[in-house]
Design a binder for this molecule. Structure first.
Ligand SMILES: Nc1nc2c(ncn2[C@@H]2O[C@H](COP(=O)(O)OP(=O)(O)O)[C@@H](O)[C@H]2O)c(=O)[nH]1
Ligand SMILES: [Mg+2]
Ligand SMILES: [Zn+2]
Length: 396
């Protein structure tokens, strides 16, 4: 009897699950098939391009015990139990990763989606102005969630750099050498989104694309794209990858798009899909709080890739991150930090034996230092925020 399928949950609605049936699963009627994540990927690779159908399913009670139990993106076994009972989720497979947040007061983990490959961090190189702090924050999430970051520099059709903003690292060094990283902005409003506005506007009158690009190059498995979501024929001026490469890099992947309101996420998704997508909840930010009706999360097919559309994951706040883990979400800095003499090093120029000290001292490395210290600055800012949560609340 061939009534079991490998399926993926694409929407959850209370205790109902919309499942995309991916391929039939054989096996005897008692034993449910065991599959590792890699085996699932293998199976799907073989059955690619086959027509899939979507069914509504309920789930076995033991799969519903806590909120982390079933999420969009999960691979499951679905069984057809006939016209009365309908489809039922019988088994959940191991996850590659999770998009999640830690609810500190409730001391639990809230999983929004599973098995998502790419975090597309969209930024604007015109209006609204580029916010380095937002990119750094979202990079922390990418590494925490085990997703590959794609940093997209959008609105490049409107990018008009001044003469100084030309990847001249020495000019950025001036900006950072006066920075006292020891004082992690205690007097500043550090409530997530707001802190960006105050400090970075004056620091970055003119965004320097090449500087922003170079400071990301120390992270392996990070990809950058120069695009105009408005103009598919925009010709690359600075980087080697554009819209065509982004499209190719998204093929077959599951992606979440993040970035401030107005940077062009919706427009970019529409462009990538060839105009064939109806985004129901992507624009909640425009409608205003409470006004939107779409509170569910879903995964929708957008051209060649799957898009995670969830109203719950766009907040830039990172205060649920354990300060002790934070350095590991800055892989470029974590490598330097292995040089630090003390394991609880605060990573700044005043600490003897800190691996970052040479970057503050040695003038010969000052271009390199501008890049690294600008990342260390992001680390210190975020650390300042997360450290304000009392230690007892952190059980993770
Ligand atoms: N010039 C220009 N405008 C863009 C580009 N991408 C988006 N926009 C415009 O920027 C505004 C905000 O875009 P939208 O996709 O709604 O941003 P979202 O809030 O991130 O989803 C819209 O008016 C878009 O038409 C671009 O590459 N170039
Ligand atoms: Mg939008
Ligand atoms: Zn250190």
């Amino acid at each position: 009897m061939n009534n079991r399928f490998l399926a993926r949950i694409v929407r959850t609605d209370k205790r109902q699950f919309l499942c995309k049936l991916l391929c039939p699963l054989n096996g005897d009627s008692e034993q449910l098939v065991e599959l590792t994540f890699d085996e699932i990927k293998n199976l799907l690779g073989q059955s690619r391009n086959k027509k899939t159908s979507v069914v509504m399913a309920t789930a076995l009670g033991n799969l519903l015990k806590n909120d982390s139990s079933l999420a969009i993106g999960d691979y499951v076994t679905v069984q057809d139990e006939g016209p009365v009972t309908g489809y039922k989720i019988m088994k959940q497979y191991e996850r590659k990763n999770e998009i999640f947040r830690l609810l500190i007061r409730e001391q639990r983990k809230k999983v929004t989606a599973a098995n998502c490959d790419v975090l597309v961090i969209v930024s604007s190189m015109s209006v609204p102005s580029f916010k380095r702090g937002v990119v750094d924050r979202m990079l922390v999430r990418a590494y925490q969630w085990g997703m590959i970051p794609y940093v997209v520099f959008n609105k490049m059709d409107e990018y008009r750099p001044s003469a100084e903003a030309s990847g001249n690292l020495a000019s950025h060094w001036q900006q950072y050498i006066h920075l006292d990283l020891f004082q992690s902005e205690k007097d500043e409003d550090s409530a997530g989104e707001n802190s960006e506005k105050n400090s970075e506007e004056e620091q970055q009158p003119q965004t320097d694309l090449l500087f922003e690009w170079k400071r990301l190059q120390k992270m392996t498995d990070l990809y950058t794209f120069e695009v105009s979501a408005m103009d598919e024929n925009y010709r690359l001026r600075y980087l080697k990858d554009g819209l065509t490469e982004l499209k190719a890099a998204l093929k077959g992947k599951t992606a979440l798009f993040v970035g401030q309101s107005g940077v062009g996420k919706s427009r970019l998704i529409t462009t990538l899909s060839g105009g064939a997508v109806d985004l129901k909840s992507m624009d909640v930010s425009k409608v205003g709080k409470g006004a939107h009706t779409t509170t569910w999360s879903e995964i929708i097919e957008v051209g060649d890739f799957d898009l995670v559309d969830s109203p719950g994951v766009r907040s830039l706040s990172v205060e649920d991150i354990n300060p002790n883990d934070l350095i590991s979400y800055f892989p470029d800095l974590a490598e330097i930090a292995t040089q630090c003499k003390f394991t609880n090093c605060q990573h700044n120029e005043k600490v003897p034996g800190c691996g970052f000290r040479p970057y503050f001292r040695d003038q010969s490395t000052r271009e390199e230092a501008a890049l690294i210290i600008s990342r260390l600055d992001a680390y210190q800012r975020i650390l300042g925020e997360v450290s304000q949560i009392p230690e007892w609340q952190k059980k993770w």
